[in-house]
Design a protein around this ligand. Structure first.
Ligand SMILES: Nc1nc2c(c(=O)[nH]1)N[C@@H](CN(C=O)c1ccc(C(=O)N[C@@H](CCC(=O)O)C(=O)O)cc1)CN2
Ligand code: GAR
Length: 258
């Protein structure tokens, strides 16, 4: 059982810490922001929103939240250009992991994060691989007082995907699913939140919901219906994984239900 969230000094409850990775509009992020410290997502604070795209509106949602949520940005191509010939895509992923771990998360949510993360990223968050020392002038890594960010327990990483398990893995799943349904190639569509593993969108499904669709209806009406389901299940799944790693005391859970 992971350490309790109770503060030993005064018995208060330490908020569970959530990091959210985004690339775009951030409506799923907004659902999480709105759910913080409600019975849907109790005793939980988003401590960092990280985007791989500078123009992601989700960054504005975070900075406009009350209280404002710290944000960070690191784009793959700018990173590779700034380190031309010296850094790889995996190095980028490890830098993302370093930024994320610096926020000391209890769980990580990919909420429209349009970047395939490497095995190395996942291994670092599982505590199975150490981050490389941060490159600085003079001494390397631990010798220069760099804090050890290695997590003591595996940090769950989950992802919201607008398709059913095994359906339309990867990007553009909404359009691909819609087109397949209208062509009569599939008879149902939906959304899921799943654990993130190296194989894209093939991690254990945590919550799966079908989304009704009608022949001939415009994609816009289907997509709106789909997003509304996403906004529910992303909160439910996040609470579930937080309860796995940082369960709340039973008396707090019961008080929440009142
Ligand atoms: N290793 C994993 N990484 C990610 C997963 C996963 O399950 N395992 N989930 C995805 C989210 N995702 C679908 O849910 C997804 C996002 C992006 C892509 C993709 O092809 N990205 C391209 C870049 C596309 C772009 O920049 O527009 C890429 O990374 O090269 C596929 C699936 C998050 N990551
Ligand atoms: N393969 C990943 C993927 O397609 N994710 C999808 O991107 C959208 C992000 O919307 P948002 O930025 O408004 O939350 C969501 O529909 C999410 O399922």
């Amino acid at each position: 059982m992971s350490p309790t969230v109770i503060n030993s000094s005064d018995g208060s409850i330490r908020p569970r810490r959530l990091v959210v990775l985004i690339s775009g509009s951030g409506t799923n992020l907004q659902a999480l922001i709105d759910a913080q410290n409600t019975p849907a997502l109790p005793h939980t604070s988003i401590v960092l929103v990280l985007s791989n795209r500078k123009a992601a509106h989700g960054l504005t949602r975070a900075s406009s939240a009350n209280p404002p949520i710290p944000t960070a940005y690191l784009g793959l191509q700018p990173y590779l250009r700034q380190n031309a010939g010296k850094k790889t895509r995996e190095d980028y992923d490890l830098e993302i992991a370093r930024i994320v771990l610096g926020a000391r998360p209890d769980a990580i949510v990919l909420a429209g994060w349009m970047h395939i993360v490497s095995e190395a990223f996942l291994e670092v968050l599982q505590g199975a691989r150490a981050l490389p020392p941060r490159e600085r002038e003079g001494k390397e890594g631990q010798e220069n007082g760099e804090e050890d960010l290695t997590p003591l327990h595996p940090i769950p990483v989950i992802n919201i995907h607008p398709a059913l398990p095994g359906q339309f893995d990867g990007a553009n799943a909404i359009q691909r699913g819609y087109d397949a349904f209208q062509r009569g190639e599939v008879d149902k569509l939906g959304v899921m939140v799943h654990r993130v593993v190296a194989e894209v969108d093939r991690g254990e499904p945590l919550i799966v919901r079908e989304v009704p669709i009608e022949r001939g209806e415009p994609i816009e009406t289907y997509e709106q219906r789909l997003h509304e389901v996403e906004w529910e299940i992303i909160v439910q799944a996040t609470t579930r994984v937080l309860d796995e790693v940082k369960p709340l005391p039973q008396e707090v859970v019961e008080k929440n239900i009142e």
